[in-house]
Design a protein around this ligand. Structure first.
Ligand code: FAD
Ligand code: FES
Ligand code: FES
Length: 482
């Protein structure tokens, strides 16, 4: 393994900061960026609303040097551990103005009376800043998406959207553009040695490799270390459950896990690819994935979260899993000595339980090209359209031959302790004409296939009804040319 370092460095606004966890016992490798910032008197703009990625009050922007250009991403700082920003620029709301001149997004918030209670406004401004740096004259849909992760309880979105439209209608000539080269140089200085992190404090060990081989070696040596990729699921163990995570393997900077490749057989998606990148890359090739990701969490969450993390969490309501079953996806698992590629239904074993061996990492997901004529759709029913987890979800695939069902996959989330196919219903439908009476009969079979839980999200009866109606909706959509 390459030589490692035990301190982290990042550019806080425009200055390199070094954190030595052993010299500063008040900071832990799992201190969140939010708590780190709020420990300073001059960084109180960032707020804690929920500490679980829901409210956006903690939004900050991270910039990375990609071939001499800074790439900006909004993230929820409450879900990000300090070592995750090693080698990056952390931009906070205090640094947006250029001396006494407000940043265009701040000025437009003033012009349109967009600032309301002050608790959410700094996070909203940072989301607008991320939008400004990434989009010129964005469509309304893009603006709304950028603000999905920022809850405002006083319903003041209209002036905020107006502020976004006006700020992003001008060319990007802000001070960040002016100082881009300087920041890139600072980031190069930090990243020059490309050393993996190996931080050991009295209570915690935090490993952050940069190469897949190193990640596998650490996994082999420390099989109990918690793997984190985007940490949008795992960070909650510390921020909400207050667990001390004693050993962490952070694979968020392993670039070999961030790819999307198409070949003749299908698509290979690196486990570390962020869901936001997957959303952009799947528009034409895998449209059902794109549709699902349009209503997955928020931009702040998707900028961090990965496909490997969604599969690895094996949540019964993970949005990608039913869809992966519908796409007949396979999971590539790698260890130091051995690789294997298994079907998604072999990988998920039960409630938040998988077939991952103690020395393995999920390295990729392989999706075969669907047979010509196959229709694949995904559905998500939740209490809110945006930034909510599913009550019931469906990933369905259908191939007809002369109006008769040749192949059908009906995979559901939220109906059992893990994402599951309705195999009896599928068997009943295969070989039958795809007609409403046949689908209505299949809905009766479906009613008996699952015994979903009643919980705070929904009752068992409701879930069953939704599942049946999703099948009917699928039928309606596949026969009405939608
Ligand atoms: C506010 C909020 C909104 C959310 N909205 C949604 C939503 O709409 N739909 C949805 O499905 N989920 C949602 N989630 C849950 C979560 O964001 C997703 O499951 C996400 O895909 C997890 O990815 P991650 O990279 O952040 O995973 P992490 O938190 O890093 O990891 C999750 C699990 O997978 C394991 N793991 C990660 N990578 C690997 C790997 N390469 N190999 C082996 N194991 C691995 C980890 O050990 C851990 O057990 C939401 C979460 C939050 C906080
Ligand atoms: S504090 Fe609410 S999203 Fe971070
Ligand atoms: S800006 Fe805080 S509730 Fe609306």
């Amino acid at each position: 393994m390459s030589e490692s370092r035990d301190t982290i460095q990042f550019v806080l606004n425009d200055k390199i900061v070094t954190v030595d966890f052993n010299a500063h016992p008040e900071l832990k490798p799992t201190t969140t960026v939010l708590n780190y910032l709020r420990s300073f008197p001059f960084h109180k703009g960032v707020k804690e609303g929920c500490a679980e990625g829901d409210c956006g009050a903690c939004t900050v922007v991270i910039a990375e040097n990609q071939e001499g250009k800074l790439r900006y991403k909004t993230i929820d700082s409450c879900l990000v551990f300090l070592p995750m920003i090693h080698g990056k620029q952390l931009i906070t709301v205090e640094s947006l103005a250029d001396k006494d001149v407000l940043h265009p997004v701040q000025q437009e918030m003033v012009n349109h009376n967009g600032s309301q209670c002050g608790y959410c406004t700094p996070g909203i401004v940072m989301s607008l800043f991320g939008l400004y740096k990434n989009h010129h004259k964005p469509e309304r849909e893009v603006i709304e998406d950028a603000l999905t992760g920022n809850l405002c309880r006083c319903t003041g979105y209209k002036p905020i959207i107006k502020a976004a439209e006006h700020a992003c209608s001008c060319m990007d000539t802000d001070k960040f553009k002016l100082h881009e080269k300087k920041i890139c140089n600072l980031l190069d200085e930090i990243n020059r040695d490309r050393s993996p992190l190996e931080i050991e404090t009295s209570a915690q060990k935090y490993y952050k490799p940069l190469k897949l081989a190193d990640a596998l070696a650490i996994r082999n040596k420390f099989p109990c270390a918690l793997i984190i990729s985007g940490a949008t699921d795992s960070a909650l163990r510390q921020t909400k459950k207050h667990e001390i995570l004693s050993e962490i393997l952070d694979i968020s900077d392993v670039s070999e896990l961030k790819y999307f490749v198409e070949d003749q057989q299908g698509y290979k998606i690196g486990a570390g690819l962020s869901l936001e990148n997957l959303k952009s890359l799947s528009v034409e090739k895998l449209p059902a994935i794109h549709q699902t990701l349009k209503i997955f969490g928020s931009l702040q969450i998707r900028n961090l979260a990965t496909l490997g993390g969604n599969i690895g969490s094996a949540s019964p309501i993970g949005d990608m899993l039913p869809l992966m079953l519908a796409y007949k996806a396979k999971v590539k698992l790698q260890s130091v000595t051995f690789d294997r590629t298994i079907r998604m239904d072999e990988f998920i074993k039960g409630y938040r339980s998988t077939n991952l061996r103690p020395n393995e990492l999920i390295s990729a997901v392989h999706i075969p090209k669907p047979e010509p004529g196959t229709i694949i759709r995904s559905y998500k029913v939740s209490k809110r359209k945006d930034l909510d987890i599913s009550t019931v979800s469906g990933g369905f695939s259908l191939r007809l031959e002369n109006g008769t069902v040749k192949e059908i996959i009906l995979a559901f989330g939220g109906m059992a302790d893990m994402p599951k196919r309705a195999t009896d219903t599928e068997k009943h439908l295969v070989g039958k004409p795809w007609t409403r009476p046949n689908v209505e009969y299949a809905m009766k079979i479906l009613a008996g296939e699952f015994s979903p839980l009643s919980d705070a999200r929904a009752g068992s009866e409701y879930r069953n009804l939704v599942a049946r109606n999703l099948l009917l909706k699928f039928y309606a959509e596949t026969t009405s040319g939608l």
